[in-house]
Design a protein around this ligand. Structure first.
Ligand code: PMP
Length: 352
């Protein structure tokens, strides 16, 4: 590589995803996937789409999926954009909506992809501190900015900001796009999609990866004013005129339409989460109230790093962040009841 290019790429610090080790079979509580399979209707739809039509390009506008999502959210399809996971949508949204002149605001403890995209597109950012309990304070977002990202619930802290507080941020920033990243909103939070008719500056980003058990299909969606959707389309079409493949479109439509299965799996995950929290508290764990499919926990007597290692040796993967403010915490995805019972029994053994 030429010196110019190697220096340029070396200055990029990519996002580091949760590990996917292959050395043995782990109980995987480290990447917030669903412990349950996708709806049988999704598998059937993908199988039936695996036919000779695969020789044809897919619909570049994904109209059928956008119609299904529009019906689900009570919007029209010109309010909907879909992409290969919400990460891809965020990757399009940053250059589409954020101004290089002023910093993008997001919380100091949050999803580490936000600074990665900022750097990639030559933008700047300013982090806004969350309070001691990791709450996002809406009033702090009244300052000059070039755009705002609010993850809700936040990752990895699980903290949820009520929609009324989001309205404070939207009202204070009418000239800037506020992205609300709702990757985990289906586990007890209320979506800010209801703000769309009132605020042309909100873009709500969601995903099928978590609550619809489809991390492997890579489907995300964004909802907002048609002008924002048009902005996303312009960026997308500058890279690739086709969005999702035929199998992903078929599977995603089936997932959105199978409301009963979605309700059942999210209800089970929330019940397991709340039960796990009740068992962990008497063991001395401090646990941030969670409206996500994961919990954020710390123990006063054990370093998070050593807990992480001891769990891994015993076949359980969780997420440890070697970062300021959160290096005493572990992020633990909610598995099945059996997996969480095993997790708790191993923790009991480690704690003695
Ligand atoms: N936003 C947040 C806050 C996340 O934690 C994740 C998952 N790592 C994503 C977006 C991206 O999810 P996906 O690309 O699978 O839709």
């Amino acid at each position: 590589m030429s010196k110019y290019w190697s220096e340029l790429t070396a200055s990029l610090v990519p996002y580091v995803p949760g590990e996917q080790p292959k050395d043995k079979r782990y109980i995987k509580l480290n990447t917030n996937e669903s412990p349950y399979p996708p709806s049988p209707a999704v598998i059937a739809a993908i199988k039936s789409a695996a036919n000779e039509d695969l020789r044809l390009y897919p619909d570049p506008t994904c109209e059928k999926l956008r119609q299904a999502l529009a019906k689900y959210y009570g919007l029209t399809s010109d309010h909907i954009f879909v992409g290969n996971g919400s990460d891809e949508i965020l990757a399009f949204a940053f250059p589409a909506f954020f101004s290089p002149e002023k910093p993008i605001l997001f919380p100091d403890v949050t999803y580490t992809f936000y600074p990665v995209y900022t750097k990639l597109y030559g933008l700047t950012y300013e982090t806004i501190p969350v309070d001691e309990q990791f709450n996002i304070e809406a009033e702090q977002y009244r300052r000059p900015n070039g755009g705002i990202v609010i993850p809700n619930p936040n990752a990895p802290t699980t903290r949820y900001l009520p929609v009324d507080d989001l309205r404070v941020i939207l009202e204070a920033n009418p000239d800037h796009v506020v992205i609300v990243d709702e990757a985990y909103v289906d586990f007890g939070g209320e979506s800010a999609v209801s703000c769309i008719p009132e605020f042309p500056n909100i873009l709500v980003v969601q995903t099928l990866s978590k609550s619809r058990s489809l991390a492997g299909l890579r489907v995300g969606m964004a909802m907002g004013h048609p002008d924002l959707i048009e902005g996303l389309n312009r960026i997308k079409n500058s890279f690739n005129s086709y969005t999702l493949d035929r199998l992903a479109i078929a599977g995603a439509v089936a997932a959105i339409e199978d409301q009963d299965y979605f309700m059942e799996t999210t209800r089970k995950i929330m019940a397991t989460r709340d039960r796990t929290i009740e068992i962990l508290q008497p063991l001395g764990f401090q646990i941030v109230p969670s409206k996500a499919n994961f919990i954020f926990i710390s123990h006063p007597r054990q370093s998070a790093q050593s807990l992480f290692s001891e769990l891994k040796v015993r076949g359980i993967l969780v997420r440890y962040f070697n970062q300021p403010r959160i290096d005493q915490y572990l992020r633990v995805s909610i598995g099945t009841d059996e997996e969480m019972d095993y997790f708790v029994s191993v923790l009991r053994e480690i704690l003695g």
